[in-house]
Write a protein that binds this ligand. Structure first.
Ligand code: HEM
Length: 158
């Protein structure tokens, strides 16, 4: 399944790259903009998640399911693969409740009161988006090294 590997590395690179760009945009929003500009630019963060990150994430998860169903990797045969599924779940939470949910909460707060900016307003959004990047970097290291210490969960004979 060499072509799957190429597709997988390409799509995960796009996913990671787009989240890094969103992190950059969020830093600009919270540290460099005034209230008026913040209310125009900040909605682009959930918008980018919806138009770029969600489709490529879904495409990658479909690849994971194809690996699970149609290759010898299976779903949870190896601990490093099981860890990847756990990280996918954590990334989904950090995206939905974190990056998107928190940004909407900050936008609602700024609209009803005022904009402070910096860590005071942006702390949680920046934390959750950074966690997504961190989890994906760990997944890359896991995938490339496929740690030998992580023995197969199920031992097959023959
Ligand atoms: C549910 C999600 C995922 C599953 C089930 C999964 C599964 C796999 C499998 C089975 C391989 C081995 C392919 C081979 O060597 O033939 C692989 C490779 C790889 N995966 Fe994933 N993956 C997932 C998500 C991700 C994500 C989110 C990233 C990065 C952020 C990622 C990065 C990589 C990389 C870089 C490789 C290539 C390793 C190499 O060729 O040495 N994967 N993945």
């Amino acid at each position: 399944m060499q072509w799957m590997r190429v597709l997988h590395v390409l799509s995960t690179s796009i996913w990671l790259g787009s989240v890094v760009c969103i992190l950059g945009l969020a830093v600009i929003c919270f540290f460099q903009l005034n209230e008026r500009d913040f209310l125009i630019i900040a909605p682009l963060v959930p918008q980018l998640y919806k138009t770029v990150v969600m489709p490529i994430a879904l495409f990658t998860i479909i690849q994971g399911i194809i690996y699970g169903l149609f290759s010898n990797w299976s779903f949870f045969k190896y601990k490093w693969l099981l860890l990847k599924w756990i990280f996918i779940l954590l990334i989904a939470l950090c995206t939905g409740l974190g990056g998107i949910g928190q940004m909407f909460a900050v936008l609602a707060k700024v609209e009803s009161t005022y904009f402070i900016g910096g860590w005071a307003d942006g702390g949680l959004v920046l934390l959750f988006v950074s966690l997504q990047v961190l989890f994906m970097l760990i997944m890359i290291v896991l995938s490339v090294l496929k740690p030998k210490t992580f023995k197969p969960l199920v031992s097959y004979q023959g």
